[in-house]
Design a protein around this ligand. Structure first.
Ligand SMILES: Cc1ncc(COP(=O)(O)O)c(C=O)c1O
Length: 396
């Protein structure tokens, strides 16, 4: 009999990975599945970044690096933060990890503990509540307004703050909604954090994909607020998801504590990927603009196609590469004896009948939407929209 530690049952497995696996199984069985469940750019890593990685191996970057990352990479991060985000920090306030996911995990480990409450906005990225659970703190879920880019419901936020609240985790542009918060909302959330002396985590993984307004980082808006951590990543910005390089900037003491935890868990991020990340952050940035233009074009395309389908409500997201489609108009309808009761049922129906893989909002703490990723070719997006349209028309 194998008895696992309690913390395993405290976390949920990733629903997005589960859908990717199901789509792959169907494809292996010969079904022509269009996968709109993916959370990563469909572009290859730009060639100059790959060249830097190859050179790194020839140059002998094949050993352990300092725990928080190579000094020249931490320096490159500060250059990038100042150039793109108006955040001016010294390298001691930067730590590089194995992806922003790892940075977020480390930060939760060093700042939250049993008895603490941490505010998370729904729909949330699947990992936020799990990180909080793993830190033994309690996630407290606050709603957002779908008609306003999923900005926080500030009245609900005010009601849910207690003497135990320790932090707020925010993510704009958002996975799963694609929502981008306005400057006014950013100022308001900073004010809430400041007035209650809370940690504010700003997950900015999708900072390069804000289409309708220039991206603004809370740390640039409130450089004097000490309890603010900014998380960014090479994953989506430079199409480097598999390289596993993310970084965070925050107070020196927090960065030092995260280095301690990281040093005893993963030692350091991959040395070759770190050199590649320097090329990414300091090299030609036109690749970032090109990918953004392509995603923006696809955003318009998918929103236009989905908006034409009766009983679905599609708002235009301001960022990232996701559309969060309201499917509540399908609840109660049926086809072939299957009655739709929830977004889970919608994703199942779309997968089995249209062979289009999407992710149910229920994975993100939502009960009305499904997430579609438009990190796919224009042809596949058109084809997926057509298939969805025809199977939705069969429901009555
Ligand atoms: C909102 C959000 N934060 C963080 C991450 C993690 O990114 P990384 O690849 O840098 O670990 C993701 C990846 O999907 C994400 O969607």
């Amino acid at each position: 009999m194998i008895t696992l530690a309690d913390r395993v049952s405290r976390v949920k497995g990733s629903a997005t990975l589960a859908m990717t696996t199901r789509a792959a199984e169907l494809r292996a069985a010969g079904v022509d599945v269009l996968n709109l469940s993916v959370g990563e750019p469909d572009f290859p890593t730009p060639p100059h970044i790959i060249a830097a990685a190859k050179q790194a191996m020839d140059d002998g970057y094949t050993r352990y690096t300092p725990g928080p990352g190579l000094p020249q990479l931490r320096e490159a991060v500060t250059v990038k933060l100042s150039r793109d985000n108006g955040i001016v920090v010294p390298p001691e306030q930067v730590i590089v990890s194995n992806g922003a996911k790892h940075s977020l995990f480390n930060a939760c480990m060093v700042l939250f503990q049993e008895g603490d409450e941490v505010i998370i906005f729904t729909p949330y990225w699947v990992s936020f509540p799990e990180f909080v659970h793993l830190s033994h703190a309690t996630p407290v879920i606050v709603g957002t307004d779908p008609d306003r880019q999923f900005e926080p419901l500030f009245d609900e936020l005010a009601q849910k703050i207690t003497s135990r609240t320790k932090g707020i985790i925010m993510n704009s542009p958002s996975n799963p909604t694609g929502g981008v918060w306005s400057r006014a909302s950013l100022e308001r959330i900073i004010e809430v954090a400041r007035s209650h002396d809370l940690w504010l985590f700003s997950d900015e993984c999708y900072e390069s994909l804000s289409y309708d307004a220039p991206f603004e980082s809370p740390a640039a808006i409130a450089p004097d607020y000490e309890k603010l951590l900014t998380f960014q990543s090479c994953s989506k910005t430079y199409a480097m998801t598999g390289w596993r390089i993310g970084y965070v900037t925050g107070p020196k003491e927090v960065v030092a504590a995260m280095s301690k935890i990281q040093g005893q868990s993963t030692s350091c991020p991959n040395s070759i990927a770190q050199i590649a990340a320097i090329a990414a952050l300091t090299g030609d940035q036109s690749v970032v603009a090109e990918m953004k233009d392509a995603f923006n074009r696809r955003r318009h395309l998918i929103v236009e196609q989905l908006s034409r389908i009766p009983n679905l409500a599609c708002r235009e997201p301001g960022g990232a590469f996701y559309v969060f489609l309201n499917v509540s108009g399908l609840v109660g309808k049926q086809a072939n004896g299957t009655r739709i009761k929830s977004p889970d049922d919608v994703t199942e129906y779309l997968l089995t009948e249209a062979h289009v893989a999407t992710v149910s909002g229920e994975a993100f703490g939502d009960s009305e939407h499904i997430r579609l990723s438009y990190a796919a070719s224009d042809e596949n997006l058109m084809e997926a929209a057509n298939r969805i349209k025809s199977v939705v028309a069969r429901l009555n």
